[in-house]
Design a binder for this molecule. Structure first.
Ligand code: SF4
Length: 430
């Protein structure tokens, strides 16, 4: 299957020139609705190696005891890697005894790269008014959706910069147009984009989500979380919404019946304590969703990936990538902490196919998308640039798992078994 490589922004017809950067003054959302405190003041920066017996801690966790923040920090700092891996894999196998590992075909359409947020880890954005800032035309977007459908995509992600010229009507028109032409899922707009739309459209978060949902938004990806502590946010993305606001937007999305995913970008200025606070904030948010709305609500999946430093401001002070072992340990601990989130997704884009394949032994039950298009993370120099359908199926099969293509809801559409002349698709759902 042909895969589109990450694409440079735009033909001339696709580029829309912008007004002077920063010329639009952003209204502030009231902070009075922010009730979520993501800090864990009692959690130390480090924890004594003698504080826990690792074997007991992991045995109890696998048996169903909820991992405390202190226990999670201890595991990240001190536990034997193989022991964490085995515990996470046992939990994964208990949830999915058919040994499936799923993936999805989708396309991430970055409708604009114009952005005023200036995250220091981002190599994708251009300031509004820059010669290479673009806003894709509707015709161009429809072409991209057509290409995605032709390759079997069931989901489209719209994710882009925080463009001060766009208001909610732009997104409503976009979603309505796509939904009127195609039967596919719109898994689109990170909480920080929702925050931006609300600010510039002078709407509450609640009104913004409600209107987007009516226009066709099906679910929200968890982009823009990075690390959900205010210290890290201040350091790497000071103009972005706070960690508390990210959680608040997800809580509101859940209240409105929208499913979401949680993410983490790790391996930059974050400490193990930051990662634990992030995981606990997600777990608490999911608890609130389940308490108020019942099972089958809230976050569908957790997706960690690693920071990519190339071409970024942050790359000057943090030039290196974290190790595969650090990524896999964090992934495994995520599976152990997030006992109320169904799926954990391994990344192949940022850590490479081999480590992506390894993630299936560290608690991951999904390898995400074959990504017909990805521009944001790729701009910062990813390890892998593309993955074909066949390569994904082989990768999963060679890991000893059952390759299964899914939709956004994680419903399995088809599984793949190896025949004499390649893989054979076995249809499960149309
Ligand atoms: S990560 Fe998103 S919000 Fe931050 S600068 Fe890049 S495009 Fe803008």
């Amino acid at each position: 299957m042909a895969i589109a490589t990450p694409q440079a922004p735009s033909s001339a017809r696709d580029a829309t020139r912008r007004s002077v950067a920063g010329s639009v003054r952003a209204p502030q959302l009231s902070a009075s609705r922010l009730t979520t405190d993501v800090r864990l003041p009692e959690l130390p920066e480090h924890i004594d190696a003698r504080a826990y017996d690792g074997a007991s801690l992991l045995r109890e966790t696998v048996a169903g005891a909820r991992l405390t923040p202190h226990g999670a920090l201890w595991l990240l700092e001190h536990a034997d890697t193989e022991a964490i891996r085995e515990a996470a894999d046992t939990i994964r196998a208990g949830r999915y005894p058919d040994s499936r590992a799923t993936f999805i075909i989708d396309r991430n359409i970055n409708y604009t790269n114009a952005c005023v947020i200036k995250c220091t880890f981002c190599a994708f954005y251009r300031l509004p008014g820059s010669p290479d800032a673009y806003l894709r035309s509707m015709d161009n977007i429809i072409e991209r959706v057509d290409e995605a459908i032709a390759q079997g995509a069931t989901q489209i992600m719209f994710q882009g910069g925080h463009d001060p010229d766009l208001r909610i009507e732009y997104y409503e028109n976009l979603f309505r147009t796509i939904k009127s032409r195609y039967d596919l899922t719109l898994h689109s707009l990170s909480p920080s984009e929702v925050h931006h739309i609300a600010r510039y459209s002078r709407l509450s978060i609640s009104e913004t989500l409600a209107r987007l949902k009516i226009a066709g938004l099906d679910s929200l990806p968890g982009g823009g979380a990075e690390i959900l502590t205010e210290r890290v946010k201040r350091e790497i993305s000071p103009l972005k919404n706070s960690a508390a606001m990210w959680i608040e937007i997800m809580d509101e999305a859940h209240r409105q019946g929208l499913r979401t995913t949680g993410t983490m970008m790790l391996g930059h200025v974050d400490t193990f304590r930051d990662r634990v606070e992030h995981l606990i904030a997600l777990r608490d948010s999911q608890d609130r969703a389940h308490a108020a709305l019942g099972p089958g609500t809230g976050y569908r999946a957790f997706i960690p990936w690693t920071y990519q430093p190339d071409n970024t401001v942050l790359g000057r002070s943090v030039p290196g990538r974290t190790s595969s072992e650090d990524y896999l340990r964090t992934l495994a601990v995520s599976r152990l902490v997030l006992d109320n989130v169904d799926h954990v997704q391994g990344s192949w884009l940022t850590v490479g196919k081999a480590t992506g394949q390894d993630s299936l032994r560290y608690g991951a039950d999904d390898l995400g998308s074959i990504m017909l298009e990805e521009n944001v993370v790729s701009a910062a120099g990813v390890v892998e640039k593309c993955m074909t359908n066949d390569a994904m199926i082989s990768l999963i099969h060679d890991a000893g798992r059952l390759p299964a293509r899914r939709d956004t809801t994680y419903r399995v559409l088809e599984t793949f078994s190896k025949g004499d002349s390649g893989f054979v698709a076995n249809r499960v759902h149309a």
